[in-house]
Design a protein around this ligand. Structure first.
Ligand code: GLA
Length: 358
């Protein structure tokens, strides 16, 4: 029996910066995906999921995306990337199970990919470094799920550790672990609105950022400062300028967030989170009414240091920074406000920075 685990992740600051060569602060949550399985004597792979009905079967020499069982694409996509790198081993049977709410902005898809990469690494006896496993997960997402994501989710899932914030430079791929704010927890509030990543909004935003970089004559928006952007604002159309303002502003906020973490300035970190959300709402237009409501309601409790949407956006979850002692009262206040406004229950997860893949 072979077993592997990878956690879900939360983006703390640095929204849509990863595929722009930018900076991110994120952390792994204390929940994730487990894959259990065993080798077979032939070249078949047989996949099951605790969350979805059906069995997905494929052959190691003929791996393609499935329309009928989209959940299997994250797994098969990873196997295809191993094969593409000339790696090989026996067929296998495997089942995934998860205690991560799916579609809630915790990147259950990256957790699946990373757990699969760890599983295969163990089953086939390969020794790829974690950064290569992250790239494999990302390529699986591009080719088998059709989302042109960056590396934030996979790197955080693989590099996250208990009590640590993962600081990523998505250009140099340098990863540093910074201590999470002591005596504080993160409350993840799932709006219940399914995000529309695959529906194309995400890929459209990415294309728009890349077009803005081209128009500005730089390789990526990472190369632009807030002052430089405003000086060149006339060379961009309104929407590309708004998208660029968000990404450039997020990079600056991550840099400031790193300092806040280093100085134990939890209030400063929280302010940056509120600013980040406001920029998502106004510039990147990847928020929605429910997420805006959640951030406003979090602030109104008087117990929240910072709140923002986390991940791709267009639904999904907010991340809220609160003192551990206030977590219960905060959750009760936020739940009551959401129920009153939206007539349905909010699903909340209180977590420390967790990890690690194994
Ligand atoms: C999703 C993607 C990531 C990243 C975030 C936004 O989670 O998978 O690569 O772009 O959105 O920051």
């Amino acid at each position: 029996m072979v077993e592997a685990f990878s956690p879900g992740r939360v983006e703390l600051l640095g929204n849509h910066t990863d595929y722009n060569g930018g900076l991110v602060l994120a952390f792994a949550v204390e929940r994730g995906v487990t894959i259990r399985g065993a080798a077979r004597a032939d070249r078949r792979i047989i996949l099951r999921s605790a969350a979805f009905p059906g069995v997905h079967e494929a052959n190691l020499d003929d791996l393609a995306p499935s329309r009928e069982r989209p959940w299997a694409n994250y797994l098969v996509g990873v196997v295809a990337q191993f094969r593409r790198r000339g790696l090989d081993g026996p067929g296998f049977e495997a089942t995934d199970s998860s205690d991560l709410p799916s579609g809630a902005g915790l990147s259950s898809s990256a957790a699946l990919e990373c757990a699969m990469a760890k599983f295969l690494q163990r089953l086939w006896g390969t020794d790829l470094p974690d950064m290569e496993l992250a790239k494999i997960g990302q390529a699986a997402e591009h080719e088998f799920a059709g989302v042109r994501c960056g590396l934030l989710d996979q790197i955080t899932s693989l590099f996250g550790r208990a009590g640590k914030i993962v600081s990523i430079d998505c250009r140099s791929l340098e990863v540093a672990l910074l201590p999470a704010p002591e005596g504080h927890v993160f409350v993840i509030a799932d709006s219940g609105v399914k995000h529309a990543l695959v529906a194309g909004e995400y890929n459209e935003r990415r294309a728009s950022c890349e077009a803005a970089a081209r128009d500005l004559g730089v390789e990526a928006l990472r190369d632009v400062t807030p002052e430089g952007l405003e000086a060149a604002a006339g060379s961009l159309g309104l929407k590309p300028l708004m998208r660029a303002r968000h990404v450039v502003g997020e990079n600056a906020r991550v840099a400031a967030g790193r300092e806040a973490l280093a100085n134990g300035d939890v209030a400063g970190l929280g302010r940056l989170m509120f600013e980040s959300h406001e920029s998502s709402r106004a510039n990147f237009e990847n928020s929605c009414e429910e997420l805006d409501f959640l951030v406003g309601a979090a602030r109104a409790t008087g117990l929240c240091l910072g709140a923002r949407l986390s991940g791709g956006g267009f639904g999904g979850a907010t991340v809220n920074l609160v003192r551990e002692a206030d977590a219960g009262a905060f959750c009760r206040g936020l739940s009551a406000a959401y129920r009153e406004r939206h007539g349905r229950d909010l699903s909340l997860l209180v977590t420390h920075a967790g990890g690690a893949s194994a």
